[in-house]
Design a binder for this molecule. Structure first.
Ligand code: ATP
Ligand code: MG
Length: 806
């Protein structure tokens, strides 16, 4: 079976070659194989294989040969399903037959001739199916690029000059701008033919002053006026039909095929794609992408070697481009800072997803990080968006899709900054600012120029709904919160870094920490008299082993620990409100909730009982928390009071620090000051009252992990298709069934679970360390692998329901 071939065992579990993913254990592997990704790729591979087996490779015909000529010639061997021509050069074709036998028929003919030319006909090459990997800039490329830049940078006298040099080297040249302008003009002419009164507006890096040679051209096709035109034309046509007018202009227009007010974006974009294909010279690889956040049509311009993206609902992006232009006009240091930081981020593989969406920062998000840092410099280099709004005059007022986008159109309206720091020190300050930034509890607001506590957005959706109703504004969603939160300056419900993974956020901060360290060295600040690399050159040196990832940095705690990430999205409304009120202390409150859920999973769902008390505390101390804590981590179990276990009144083993008998210390938030700037807000989480340091000792007498899936299937009889861990009552029944039907384990499995809260400069999460305390180590491995998958899902389910109600 193909699936068997795809999977290989590794020292840490399994690896799926088809999808290129690692899987920790058998149950993750089973889930993966049944999952959408694996099934889709398997399906694609089967189709490709069938296509290969049904196809011939043909060459030797005339360049101008049409597909129909090939069909005419080859159909004598059997029905033809498809002919794929080599479009660029027209020198070969793939002929795909409906039946395999046709291949043999064609190949058995000794010679093929078409229009007097001898054809070469052979079986289509069979290629190993590989998932198309997104192009990643590899180390060699990055290193080569830097080698070219190095002599220029090393020759300059200061880091300030090096930064200016980076701008000169990368910025769009006048000719490039002109060529882009001509293409825009051409597109305008073509589109207005079909969409009367439409406009085509550039936005993004081509015009926001941060563009580099290879950057794409982002365009907004504005059809607002065309809609008006169409409505007017319709009524005129109606009048003409009624005999009142003879203007029937719209009859001839492409607009007679589509109603712009009711057509879907996909329909409009398909139309735009057809116009591009047919009417614009040099256009190739036209593709409509409807799955993007904002659907678009993209194409490549051959002569200009330029990637062009056209969107139709993107007025906000045009406006945020003007905002970036204004910031550049206000502050000449912004451009060299952005170019340098963009280049640094690219070299470290932190930013720029080569093929669109992905888990890295995009250039827009990165630019906002620079602006935010400058708003928070001392004294501020850039004003906040709110300040700018106050400085605008009445004519500059601008509201797009309900969002206030007002700011002055000219930089002269804004008072200059008093900050005189040079570029070299601002760059170093940028790295140190983000090296210690508390990403996990902050939301970066360029609008307000300060970090908002993440908790203030937990109730955002509800607040927005109320505000929207009061002001009859469009209701907006809460931003998608993640490991790095950057609110768009105008569309306040949009986290522009919402695509980032834990790993990429962690890498970004790690790199900032390393860069900060380097910027303190003499090599950064002083030109080498011996001609060695100095200043930016060393900062730009890529890592030879590819991007640095958080996972590599993590301590070996992963070995036997289970991570529960903070997921505000799954929390019930009431808890979100409580967390929001708790301000900085939200972590402790959430930690408490997560611990309650963990206890419930062991006690109520997996029906664990309390383990026998430790024989001697001295022995236990030896194996308590020996993990290497960093100062950035809040270790709630650091005092080792946790082994002083108490048994909760409900029968579970839920000690709360020294508070025995399940009594819980009240949780108070550490600070109600939710308006501190990140610099003031260095992690202070260790201070203030602590809740208990949860450490549970459980005992399990049944193999409740074994055969769960089968029992679940039997119990629901395929009526409940929800995945494992998403239905509390069902999981309780499954455990009960195993307890009732299966024999007890010869030796009960006794184990300890210790909870630790991590936060501040790392993502907020609970780390549960699980260890056996009985000799039953064999079963422990199986049980642990089961818990790795089951526990986080079950905790999410309980938290979603509200642990108390669950
Ligand atoms: P480059 O193309 O050089 O990577 P860019 O700024 O043009 O940089 P794009 O990803 O092409 O980046 O996006 C074009 C523009 O669309 C941005 O400049 C910005 O105005 C807007 N934009 C991009 N991503 C977002 C986002 N996540 N949220 C809001 N606006 C965005
Ligand atoms: Mg762009």
């Amino acid at each position: 079976m193909d699936t068997d071939r795809d999977i290989r065992t590794t020292p840490r579990g399994f690896h799926c070659n088809l999808c290129n993913v690692n899987l920790a254990n058998q149950s993750s592997l089973d889930e993966h194989v049944k999952g959408r990704k694996h099934r889709t790729l398997s399906g694609v591979r089967t189709t490709r294989k069938a296509q290969e087996e049904h196809s011939l490779f043909v060459s030797g015909f005339n360049r101008g040969t049409a597909q129909t000529d090939l069909v005419d010639y080859f159909q004598k061997f059997g029905d033809i399903a498809e002919v794929i021509m080599d479009k660029d050069k027209g020198v070969y074709a793939i002929i795909q037959f409906s039946e395999k036998d046709s291949i043999q028929a064609a190949l058995s003919q000794v010679e093929h001739q078409m229009k007097g030319l001898k054809l070469r006909v052979k079986p289509r090459e069979k290629k190993e199916f590989k998932k198309v990997q997104k192009k990643k800039p590899d180390f060699k490329n990055l290193q080569e690029l830097l080698e070219k830049l190095k002599p220029m940078l090393c020759e300059t006298d200061s880091v300030n000059a090096q930064m200016q040099c980076v701008v000169e080297r990368f910025q769009l040249g006048e000719n490039e701008k002109k060529a882009r302008g001509l293409l825009i003009q051409l597109l305008h002419e073509v589109f207005t033919e079909f969409f009367p009164d439409s406009q085509i507006l550039p936005f993004g890096s081509s015009v926001n002053t941060f563009g580099i040679h290879s950057c794409d051209l982002d365009l907004f096709l504005d059809l607002e006026n065309t809609k008006t035109f169409q409505a007017r034309a319709k009524s005129t046509t109606q009048q003409a039909a009624d005999g009142c007018s003879d203007d029937v202009r719209s009859e001839d227009s492409i607009l007679s095929d589509i109603d712009l007010t009711t057509a879907s974006p996909a329909e409009v974009l398909e139309l735009a794609a057809a116009i591009l294909r047919k009417c614009v010279p040099g256009v190739q690889k036209v593709q409509v992408v409807v799955s993007a956040r904002l659907p678009l049509v993209k194409f490549h311009h051959r002569e200009l070697d330029l990637q062009v993206d056209i969107t139709i609902n993107n007025r906000l992006a045009v406006r945020n481009t003007h905002f970036l232009q204004l910031c550049s006009g206000l502050e000449p240091r912004l451009q060299p800072l952005v170019y340098t930081i963009r280049y640094w981020a690219r070299q470290k593989q932190l930013a720029g997803n080569p093929c669109g969406a992905g888990p890295l920062l995009n250039n827009y998000a990165l630019t906002l990080l620079v602006i935010f840092f400058l708003q928070n410099a001392e004294p501020p280099v850039l004003p906040t968006v709110e300040n700018l709004k106050q400085l605008a005059c009445e004519e500059e007022e601008c509201v797009i899709e309900g969002w206030n986008c007002t700011f002055p159109s000219l930089s002269i309206s804004v008072p200059p900054t008093k900050n005189t720091q040079d570029l070299c020190s601002l760059l170093a300050a940028f790295f140190s600012y983000y090296a210690t930034f508390d990403f996990a509890s902050s939301v970066i607001s360029v609008r307000e120029g300060r970090a908002l506590p993440v908790t203030s957005l937990l109730c955002h959706a509800e607040k927005n709904e109320e505000e929207a109703m009061e002001a009859s504004k469009p209701f907006s969603q809460a931003p998608k919160l993640g490991p790095l939160n950057i609110l768009d300056p105008f569309e306040l419900s949009h986290n522009v870094a919402g695509n980032l993974t834990d790993r990429s956020q962690h890498s970004f901060q790690k790199e900032c920490q390393e860069a900060e360290k380097y910027c303190r060295s003499l090599q950064y600040q002083r030109k080498s008299s011996k001609g060695k690399s100095w200043g930016l050159v060393r900062l730009f040196t890529p890592h030879s082993e590819g991007p640095r990832h958080g996972a590599q940095e993590r301590p070996p705690e992963k070995e036997l620990s289970i991570v529960l990430p903070f997921k505000p999205g799954v929390l019930p409304k009431a808890l979100r409100s409580q967390l929001s009120l708790a301000g900085d202390g939200f972590r402790l409150l959430w930690f408490q909730g997560a611990c309650d859920a963990v206890a419930k999973v062991f006690q109520n769902i997996l029906k664990c009982g309390p383990a026998s008390p430790p024989k001697s505390l001295a022995v236990e101390d030896g194996d308590t928390d020996d993990s290497a804590d960093t100062s950035a981590e809040l270790n709630m179990s650091a005092e080792h009071t946790d082994d002083d276990d108490g048994i909760s009144s409900s029968g579970g083993a839920i000690p709360q620090g020294k508070a025995r008998g399940g009594a819980k210390r009240p949780l108070t938030s550490e600070s109600s000051d939710t308006s501190l700037s990140p610099r003031e807000k260095k992690p202070r989480l260790g201070s203030g009252p602590k809740p208990g340091a949860p450490c549970w000792r459980w005992s399990q007498s049944h193999a409740v992990w074994a055969g769960r899936r089968k029992v679940r299937r039997e119990l629901v009889k395929d009526t409940d298709t929800r995945p494992e861990g998403s239905n509390m009552e069902l999981e309780m029944q499954v455990t009960q069934h195993i307890v009732d039907k299966e024999p007890v384990l010869q030796d009960p499995l006794e184990f300890k679970v210790q909870a630790r809260l991590v936060g501040a400069t790392q993502s907020t999460r609970v780390i549960l360390k699980v260890r056996p305390i009985s000799d039953n180590k064999l079963f422990f491995q199986d049980f642990f692998h089961f818990l790795e998958v089951f526990l986080p899902k079950m905790v999410d389910t309980l938290m979603e329901k509200g642990v108390k109600n669950a």
